[in-house]
Design a binder for this molecule. Structure first.
Ligand code: GLY
Ligand code: MN
Ligand code: MN
Length: 438
């Protein structure tokens, strides 16, 4: 089906969800501002604009501050489309694209003009940031509406899945260029630029700041490079970077070794572990259980490679695997890289707790068809955490000689974006790489 038709269905689903959310919250209208540009303190420079994700869930307009969507159940949605008369910047183009025919449109020349076009605020749920307020229209973000919308946003529509596939292809193109740059001895900054050029993004268009980490930098979970010379040698390379399409992001990590050896072998084993977990992704699975399963499988790798002389069970029980894998297995993905609703008990709110001892897990729900999650196991050599292990009762069970040989390689993370179905999962990331290889 063409994207235009998929979008029409997607919009119908947004309206259906809005109908229920409004009823739950006791309002008659839904108003969604796209957001406002923010200025630096005492400055005339703006920060990069980040649109309201609720706005993006209705419209593929990513660089359009000052717009307002107005929806009243049973009526066509309306859009106040902010198009300033401005010769300093490139103003948003005249409305065009597959979405236009579905909205009653009004071009406005200032965000305040939207007020003339909006229904009375008294009966309106207004979802947005405080600073998007205009006279008489202040965001109230009713909790019951947000709970409903956030819970159901986890289930992607076919239109959203198409956008996520496109974002995955962009990300995969970037990854291939980045790997070539690594193998040619490029600096982190040069690799970053190679990624952006191949993905077709500027820094600002990326779904999140690239993590481009050579050698021991791979052990810094959120490493953001600054331009620096090429290193004397590039032993290993961890890149966590994605592409963006109509506001939807991909979130992909790969780790590469320059030479064969223990680190390269561990990458191979982590890749197997990761694919084993992806194969377990399907409707009905408890994501917490997958996360814990990952720890057990990782304990097996640590034992078998001689890094830790303990059974996998004992390692998990005593928190040893968490020294090497101190983050969660993954999260929901969509309009936000860490998409909302990952802990929600149901569409009225509540929270499903994280397993004890796993504070950084971002997803505790049971998987449903249409969910898109990341699966991103890791194995890192992080000096700060290893120092604690070295001072613990378990220190004697660790091969510090092996750790010393692995520290200069940083760490391993392998991350794919996976669409949950009733049957075999769709691996958006691997499909994108495969399509490029074909
Ligand atoms: N790129 C951030 C994450 O993997 O969650
Ligand atoms: Mn991720
Ligand atoms: Mn990532």
């Amino acid at each position: 089906m063409a994207l235009a038709e998929l979008y029409a269905d997607h919009l119908r689903e947004q309206m259906r969800r809005a109908d229920v959310a409004l009823e739950r919250a006791g309002f008659d209208h839904l108003l969604i501002p796209s957001g406002t540009e923010r200025y630096g303190f005492l400055d005339d420079q703006t920060y990069p604009f980040r649109p309201n994700p609720h706005f993006l869930s209705w419209l593929p307009l990513t660089q359009h501050p000052g717009c307002w969507i107005a929806y009243t159940p049973g009526q066509r949605p309306r859009l106040a489309y902010y198009q300033p008369e401005d010769y300093w910047h490139v103003p948003p183009a005249a409305p065009s694209g597959f979405w236009v025919e579905h909205f009653d449109l009004q071009v406005i020349r200032s965000p305040e003009e939207a007020a003339q076009f909006l229904p009375a605020a008294a009966r309106a749920a207004i979802i947005g940031e405080d600073n998007a307020a205009i006279a008489g229209y202040v965001p109230n973000n009713p909790e019951a509406a947000l709970a409903y919308l956030h819970y159901h946003r986890a289930r992607k529509t076919p239109y959203e899945l198409e956008q996520l596939r496109a974002a995955s292809r962009r990300g995969a193109r970037g990854h291939l260029a980045a790997e070539s740059a690594f193998r040619a001895g490029a600096s982190e900054h040069e690799i970053h630029l190679a990624f952006c050029a191949a993905a077709g993004h500027t820094d600002h268009g990326l779904p999140y700041a690239n993590i481009v980490a050579l050698n021991e930098h791979g052990a810094i979970l959120h490493y953001h490079h600054t331009p620096a010379p090429r290193p004397a040698e590039s032993r290993s390379f961890l890149i966590d970077a994605g592409g963006s399409e109509a506001g939807y992001g991909s979130d992909i990590t790969r780790t590469h070794a320059r030479d064969p050896g223990l680190f390269a072998d561990l990458i191979g084993q982590m890749d197997e572990l990761q694919q084993g977990l992806v194969a377990e992704v399907r409707a009905g699975r408890d994501y917490r259980e997958l996360h814990l399963q990952c720890h057990h499988r990782l304990g097996g790798i640590l034992q078998q490679s001689g890094i830790v002389n303990m059974s996998a069970e004992a390692q998990v029980e005593r928190g040893v695997t968490s020294v090497f894998f101190p983050h969660g297995l993954g999260h929901f993905l969509g309009l936000q890289v860490h998409d909302v609703g990952g802990f929600q008990r149901d569409d009225r709110g509540g929270e499903i707790p994280k397993p004890a001892g796993h504070p950084y897990l971002r997803l505790t729900r049971n998987l449903e068809p249409g969910h898109v999650v990341t699966i991103e196991p890791g194995l890192y050599f992080i000096p700060m955490l290893l120092a604690k292990l070295r001072n613990s009762a378990d220190a004697a069970q660790v091969s510090w000689a092996l750790i010393d040989t692995l520290l200069p390689f940083g760490g391993i993370r392998i991350e794919d974006d996976v669409h949950v179905t009733e049957g075999a999962p769709e691996n958006l990331s691997r499909d994108a790489f495969r399509a490029l290889a074909a």
